[in-house]
Design a protein around this ligand. Structure first.
Ligand code: WQD
Length: 334
């Protein structure tokens, strides 16, 4: 089976391409390298010992994308490509709506012209907004508080409407909780450009003495230790969830939604203390004010993914912390 992966050299995309290749899929990656680098291409080949096709293209370029569909004759699509920084989306909403929505529309139009009927979409738990209760189930109310999250919600609607218009089309929307960690080889992982917005990449750089200390955004939330609670999921578990979704999409039709989380919430300080323990390293921090827009707690009920995809997360918070740090250490060995 041949899968086209948009954004396949990015953080989650590259880990998914590794799992696809190791499961004997043929892979075609389309990535414009706006948030990834070409060396990930070689690293994926080193990890798997397998080759795959790569096009440095923008998914918004419908004509170029159509040529790729005509040439490669893929069976299904996994769509990761899109801008994903919450803060940036608040500063540049039109850039986010144009890029994330137009890339999806151009992609689905190409799929329809070339008879490709199944897509797995990289959605996000951010579509749940601030949940009324926990754990979060897929039929909970949806609301978003920033343009990035709204693009994810709009794309869910777009793909649902395409399925309603064409009952042979299959769209599986995977709502990620908080992906962290890295492949055990340390060759691929998360290394955002500039100062990290997210918790784990920040912790890693403090541990590596690239940054002085971590600012903990608030310790007055209604949680066990006052700091924010999230459902951290190992990126390799997340990647494996996409293979289960591809299999499901090929055998079904219509729009389906699944939480990809562990079902367990950890606080900021839980993560910091675990990271220090498993890596035997210090992570200096200070408590500061809350970050605007943050919610107190968010974690998944992952039972539907187990029942319908046969998937559940296997790796724990200690592996997530160990693999995240191992990646940065391996990058320094280069
Ligand atoms: C986690 C916790 C912070 C940084 C975001 C997006 C979401 C998804 C994942 C793309 C919170 C605290 C963080 C720091 C801190 N992205 N924190 N100091 O906000 O849950 O989710 O990333 O899909 O859409 O919203 O993740 O890692 O930024 O924050 O104290 O320097 O860590 O307050 O409690 P978040 P995060």
């Amino acid at each position: 089976m041949k899968v086209l992966v948009t954004g396949g050299l990015g953080y989650i995309g590259s880990h998914t391409v590794v799992e696809l290749l190791e499961d004997n899929y043929e892979v075609v990656v389309v990535d414009n390298l706006s948030n990834s680098s070409i060396d990930v291409y070689d690293k994926i080949k080193t990890i798997t010992g397998k080759d795959f096709v790569f096009y440095e293209e923008d998914v918004c370029n419908e004509d170029k994308l159509d040529e790729i569909f005509a040439k490669e004759k893929v069976d299904s699509v996994i769509h990761f490509a899109g801008y994903k920084a919450v803060g940036e989306s608040c500063e540049k909403p039109l850039m986010y709506y144009e890029n994330n929505l137009m890339s999806t529309i151009s992609l689905v139009k190409c799929m329809q012209r070339h008879g490709v009927k199944s897509i797995v979409f990289s959605s996000s738990a951010t579509v749940y907004g601030s949940p009324e209760k926990l754990p979060i189930e897929e039929d909970f109310p949806l609301s978003t508080t920033n343009p990035y999250g709204t693009t994810k919600l709009f794309i869910e609607h777009i793909l649902t409407d395409v399925c309603n218009a064409d009952n042979t089309f299959s769209a599986i929307m995977l709502r990620y909780f908080n992906p962290i960690g890295a492949h055990k080889s340390g060759l691929i992982g998360e290394n955002p450009k500039g100062i990290p917005n997210n918790l784990m990449p920040y912790i890693v750089r403090v541990a590596d003495k690239q940054l002085k200390e971590l600012s903990v955004f608030g310790n007055d939330y209604d949680t066990h230790d006052g700091t924010g609670v999230r459902d951290y999921i190992h990126v390799v578990d997340l990647a494996k969830g996409h293979l289960k979704a591809i299999e499901k999409a090929a055998k079904s039709s219509g729009a389906k939604f699944y939480n990809l989380g562990t079902g367990t919430g950890y606080s900021v300080l839980d993560l910091v203390e675990t990271f220090k323990k498993v890596n035997n390293v210090d992570v200096p921090y200070k408590i500061v004010g809350r970050r605007p827009g943050d919610i107190a707690a968010c974690y998944a009920d992952p039972k539907l993914a187990l029942e319908e995809l046969g998937w559940k997360a296997e790796l724990g918070i200690e592996e997530m912390c160990r693999d995240s740090y191992n990646y940065i250490l391996k990058q320094k060995e280069k």
